[in-house]
Design a protein around this ligand. Structure first.
Ligand code: GP9
Length: 405
């Protein structure tokens, strides 16, 4: 009803009103390039296997970037599309199905729309069929001026599910060179998609995965290594074009890579043992995340608990935007980490709730704590879920706009 709608809108407005001013608008006018990496789980960064780095290019970039070590993915049934949504809108994915299919008709506040308000040209690129995840409709709803699907790329090299990341990145930079500045360019990679099979046998020897050869984990590491090489090319091309020095560049992973059934092999890779506890499993559901600033003035490692809903608020502040309906936090102005997922887990900087075991665990020690002493966390989880659901399911921004007419 009307009161519920007002309450929800007010809750968001209140939440997003107390903006601290650190870095506010500091990068206004700079281009923004956001790269969403298919299945880039956090543990690949700075990891070596048999002495060989899996992601040397990202590792090198990380040294001069702001890196979030505890950045959780919050995706649900909408997989890749949920990550796009969380990062560009800062609301949770749908409780069933996918926002991209079910709520493409909603009115959204989004990063692209807000930047457009500042005169940015906004573009999204992903070299797959435009119908996949209902992207054609949803990218319009998110306010992108331009959508470059596989139909706009020369499919000259295949790796994994479609156009190779290497060719994708090279062609993407060519396209960006022609864009009016400033621009926001959102790129979604494809090559490192499950099941990480190398049908063309091009990356079979890209690295020696030893005991993981022939297993999903081994195939995955090779796929990641391949994409990391492509990222190296991408960065070089951006530097050559002059765009690198004039853009904030973000790299983050979209969702899980290793399915639960393969957790024994993952345990081997991560801890050299044969199984993972629920606590270890849940606290590894993180993705790579780093922001590179053109002046390299902001860098280092942030260990607070963060997640994909936090990207939009963070970028909004840097670009001097003041959106009011975001669920996440500005990572540079608020260090009270809090994330939640659709499977019922949540975490702040100190505790993680494991839904499967109905246990609240202290992250530092891995020990269970008394839930009754932390009811505020459970309340927060309930409130966040409820407010996000209402925004989407009742299309509240549309309601608000109608109301104002
Ligand atoms: C498809 C790609 C994969 O275009 O984005 O989506 P996913 O299956 O990972 O959700």
């Amino acid at each position: 009803d009307e009161i519920e709608a007002e309450n929800t809108l007010n809750w968001f407005e209140e939440k997003n009103s107390n903006r601290a001013l650190k870095y506010f608008g500091q990068y206004k006018g700079k281009n923004l390039i956001v790269v969403q990496l298919e299945a880039f789980q956090g543990f690949v960064l700075n990891r070596k296997l048999n002495g060989v780095e899996i992601t040397p290019n990202l590792n090198k970039l990380a040294k001069n970037s702001l890196v979030f070590e505890n950045y959780y993915y919050q995706t649900a049934w909408g997989g890749t599309s949920d990550a796009e949504f969380l990062s560009n809108v800062s609301l949770l994915p749908a409780r069933e199905g996918s926002v991209y299919y079910q709520y493409a008709g909603n009115l959204y506040d989004s990063l692209a729309k807000e930047l457009k308000g500042q005169g940015y040209f906004t573009s999204v690129m992903h070299a797959n069929r435009p119908g996949f995840w209902n992207r054609t409709n949803m990218y319009k709803a998110l306010g992108f001026d331009d959508y470059e699907s596989e139909q706009n790329f020369n499919i000259d090299e295949i790796q994994g599910m479609g156009l190779s990341d290497k060719s994708f990145f090279i062609q993407a930079v060519e396209k960006m060179k022609g864009f009016n500045n400033p621009f926001y360019s959102f790129l979604i990679t494809l090559s490192s998609h499950f099941p990480y099979k190398d049908y063309q046998n091009k990356i079979a020897d890209i690295m020696d995965v030893g005991e993981f050869e022939g297993d999903t984990v081994g195939d995955y590491l090779k796929a990641v290594k391949y994409t990391d090489v492509a990222i190296g090319t991408f960065i070089e091309e951006l530097k050559k074009s002059g765009l690198w020095d004039n853009s904030i560049v973000v790299f983050y992973g979209d969702h899980a890579a290793i399915p639960y059934e393969k957790k024994n092999k993952l345990a081997k890779l991560l801890y050299g043992k044969n199984d993972l506890s629920t606590f270890e499993w849940v606290t590894n559901q993180k993705v790579v995340m780093m922001i590179h600033f053109p002046d390299e003035k902001i860098k280092g490692v942030d260990k607070s608990t963060a997640g994909q809903m936090d990207l939009y608020p963070t970028l909004a502040n840097l670009y001097g935007l003041e959106p009011k309906y975001m669920l996440g936090r500005d990572l540079l102005n608020n260090n009270e980490g809090f994330i939640l997922t659709r499977d019922g887990n949540f975490a702040d900087n100190n505790y993680v709730y494991l839904k499967a075991e109905d246990k609240l665990v202290e992250i530092k020690s891995g020990k269970e704590v008394d839930k009754s002493k932390h009811q505020d966390l459970f309340e927060r989880y309930k409130t966040y879920t409820d407010k996000s659901n209402k925004m989407i399911e009742y299309d509240l921004l549309n309601y608000k706009t109608d109301d104002e007419k």
